[in-house]
Design a protein. Structure first.
Length: 367
């Protein structure tokens, strides 16, 4: 029997890309750390009981992240679903198997109007109704015997009138869990949201952690996260399709182990160096200006914005983006009318040396 030829993206007709956008799922988020890949390979070689694995990993994450407990899910959207299900059905097998039929259960989740976003469906799929509020008074008035959970979108924390701490305080005073979706944020230690009093926080495992793309990290109260685990795979409940395999679990654990050891200051300096290298390649061009923007809560990385006059250089932002994407190698960026941002966050070592001359070539090709 001939040896199996290992499949690659190129062999099936695809073009891998240089990622100058950031940790966006549509372009596969991030590249896993070598330690993550090694942990996944090792985990794939033997069998393990998944209930025992969840308990052991939950305790280890608690040590690493200085929290009460940890849970690994099939992405942060799965965390939204499983935590919501835990708040509605708890650990009652009869209720768990009936979801999304919430008859006789708490079936309302309160959220600030300015915190609504496209991942609401991961909460609504449990069968709950989202109740919108805008002020602290409205929040307190909306609390009822039907309230299952308070939902907070971390990236919108400064946009609403109610602070995270206020949401958590109201929830705790009424015996209601609060959950923060912080998918694209840094899971810093100690955790700012847990310090504010929330019950749990969810992160993507495949963004800044650079773990498996289809993994999520949840930290917070042990009773809530253990109930969330029971509401998902390998158990027969609503989130049964959202399976985190033993390989993904151990891979993300490795990513968390690395997260608390990584030199984040050195990484930041490297991102700045990459931006400067690209900026230096085009800063002398007529009408080009450079600006470095600082991050918000999500995608915490500096970003270089390159702007120019389209009439002077004969090409607009969409044209530059298109030519970068169509080139070899393929380079993906966002674009404005006459600008592009260069996000160094997920670029690999040496890729700035490819991006810089290619960008200069495009910006000078029509003058």
């Amino acid at each position: 029997m001939s040896e199996l030829e290992f499949p690659t993206y190129e062999k099936i007709g695809l073009r891998p890309l240089i990622n100058c956008r950031g940790t966006y799922t549509i372009i596969s988020g991030s590249v896993m750390l070598p330690e993550v890949r090694a942990a996944m390979v090792e985990a794939s070689k033997r069998y393990i009981h998944l209930d025992e694995l969840s308990n052991a990993v939950g305790a280890r994450i608690a040590e690493l992240m200085q929290c009460e407990w940890g849970l690994i899910t099939n992405g942060c959207a799965a965390a939204l679903c499983q935590v919501t299900a835990a708040c509605v059905a708890g650990t009652d097998p009869e209720k768990m198997i009936r979801l999304p039929d919430t008859t006789g259960m708490k079936d309302e989740v309160i959220v600030q109007k300015r915190h609504r976003h496209s991942y609401d469906h991961a909460v609504r799929m449990v069968g709950v109704r989202l109740v919108e509020v805008e002020t602290l008074e409205e929040l307190e008035a909306a609390i009822s015997e039907r309230t299952a959970m308070l939902l907070i979108f971390g990236d919108a924390a400064e946009r609403g009138e109610i602070s995270v701490a206020q949401m958590a305080t109201v929830g705790n005073a009424n015996g209601i869990h609060s959950f923060v979706d912080a998918a694209a944020e840094r899971p810093d230690v100690p955790n700012r949201y847990l310090e504010d009093g929330v019950s749990a926080v969810g992160y993507s495992g495949g963004k800044c952690l650079r773990g498996p793309q289809s993994s999520g990290l949840v930290i917070g109260r042990k009773d809530l996260l253990q109930a969330a685990f029971l509401n998902g795979a390998p158990h027969h409940a609503l989130a049964r399709p959202m399976k985190a395999s033993k390989e993904e679990v151990m891979g993300l654990l490795a990513a968390v182990e690395m997260w608390v050891r990584r030199d984040h200051d050195a990484e930041w300096k490297e991102w700045e160096r990459r931006m400067q290298f690209v900026g230096d390649a085009v800063k002398d061009l007529d009408s080009v200006t450079l600006e470095v923007s600082q991050p918000g809560r999500s995608n915490v990385t500096p970003v270089l914005r390159i702007q120019w006059d389209a009439s002077t250089l004969g090409i607009d932002g969409a044209g530059v983006s298109r030519e970068l994407s169509q080139g070899d190698p393929r380079i993906e960026v966002f674009h404005g009318d006459s600008s592009i941002p260069i996000n160094p966050y997920m670029m690999e070592d040496g890729e700035e040396q490819i991006v810089a001359p290619r960008l200069r070539e495009i910006l000078t090709s029509n003058t």
